[in-house]
Design a binder for this molecule. Structure first.
Ligand code: FES
Ligand SMILES: [Fe+2]
Length: 366
């Protein structure tokens, strides 16, 4: 987390964490196809990052500040196994170690692990990184959806960046009822009852939010899953033109870029194998993908004009149980993370003061 958060009190820190994303999770950074030959600069969870791929094909996610005087490394020269800062040529490798200070060889900066480096991993065409806070620098095991890891599923990554807070996009995906209205004229969400009641069912890592008495007809359920990665699973039936293989699923995962912008990862997936997989891949590329994009555009049009509003402006009804539940979960954990960080920071501060008090008067034993 950025050092600027050191000055925040516990309430503001909780607000910051909630609006820029819970820490101690794996987050998608970008599709790997966006990372070309040179380093690129991105912002994720409000943190400036440089992302690059070394000559052995290994991806790196690091703070976008040169360890010398903080020029962005996203404009550095790519030297194969390291980056050379444009400003004074300091060279840093993928572990964050300064390997050369060409202007002053042998200076103390050489050999120092001076650049914050985020553990990273690639899955289903996306690069992920671990965003641990000061108390959790070591990554938890990466536990993504089995729809992204199992051989039984095939999946296409669809990536968009929207000008809306990430919580709105989470809420959009935990709101099946908008399918029957916002997407009523779409290829997959015109069927079924346009009124419903819902139930919430708790699970080990989240909850399922589902319509009572209607399944596999429209967008009828979605599931919030929070492991070491937060994501939503949902299914929607294809019309007959969708070919064999049953419902299509979406695994959606939101990475806050900052408070107001979101990197959205949608893996459209289907449980298909053999010839059915081939048919789906063909149909997806030739017909279905364009229809899916049209649906997503309807979401974008609403999401990008929604605004955070003060308490009391929204009036929830039963369809919003998924939304209110996930809001509460995110708020509670943001408060918990902020509380633990604030306690640890004040304990460190106190220890430093104790040391400073003892130091001047202390004398060697005896
Ligand atoms: S700021 Fe990068 S080498 Fe000086
Ligand atoms: Fe939608």
């Amino acid at each position: 987390m950025s050092t600027t958060t050191l000055e925040l009190d516990v309430t503001d820190l909780a607000r910051h964490i909630q609006s820029t994303g819970l820490r101690n999770r794996w987050y998608g950074i970008c599709p790997t196809e966006l990372i070309g030959d040179g380093p690129i600069g991105v912002v994720r969870l409000g943190e400036r990052l440089v992302v690059w791929r070394d000559r052995d094909g290994q991806y790196h996610v690091q703070e976008d500040y040169c360890p010398h005087r903080a020029a962005p490394l996203s404009i550095a020269k790519h030297l194969g196994d390291r980056l050379a800062c444009r400003y004074h040529g300091v060279e840093v490798d993928g572990s964050g170690t300064v390997v050369s200070v060409p202007g002053m060889p042998g200076c103390a900066l050489e050999g120092r692990q001076a650049l914050k480096t985020y553990p990273s991993i690639v899955l289903r065409d996306a690069l992920f990184a671990w965003f641990g806070d000061e108390l959790h620098p070591e990554p938890a095991p990466f536990v993504p959806s089995t729809r992204l890891t199992s051989e039984e599923y095939d999946a296409f990554l669809c990536y968009v960046e929207y000008g809306t807070p990430y919580q709105f996009m989470i809420e959009n995906n935990l709101d099946p009822m908008h399918g029957s209205y916002l997407h009523a004229d779409s290829h997959s969400m015109s069927e079924g009852d346009r009124a419903a009641t819902f139930s919430v069912r708790g699970t080990d890592n989240g909850f399922v939010f589902e319509k009572d008495g209607q399944r596999d007809t429209n967008f009828d359920w979605s599931e919030w899953i929070d492991t070491s990665m937060q994501y939503i699973e949902l299914e929607i039936p294809y019309p007959a033109t969708g070919g064999p293989g049953g419902n299509f699923g979406i695994v959606s995962h939101m990475t806050p870029i900052d408070e107001y912008t979101t990197a959205c990862f949608f893996w459209r997936n289907r449980k298909v194998s053999g010839w059915q997989r081939d048919v789906w891949r063909f149909l997806y590329k030739n017909r279905l993908e364009a229809r899916h994009w049209a649906v997503l555009e309807q979401d974008r049009e609403v999401a990008e004009v929604m605004q955070p509003v003060p308490p009391g402006v929204e009036h929830f009804y039963q369809h919003d149980l998924g939304v209110t539940r996930v809001r509460k979960l995110l708020r509670k954990e943001a408060e918990q993370q902020a509380g633990e960080l604030t306690d640890a920071r004040s304990a460190r501060h106190q220890a430093r003061q104790e040391t400073a008090k003892v130091a001047p008067g202390s004398s060697p034993a005896g």
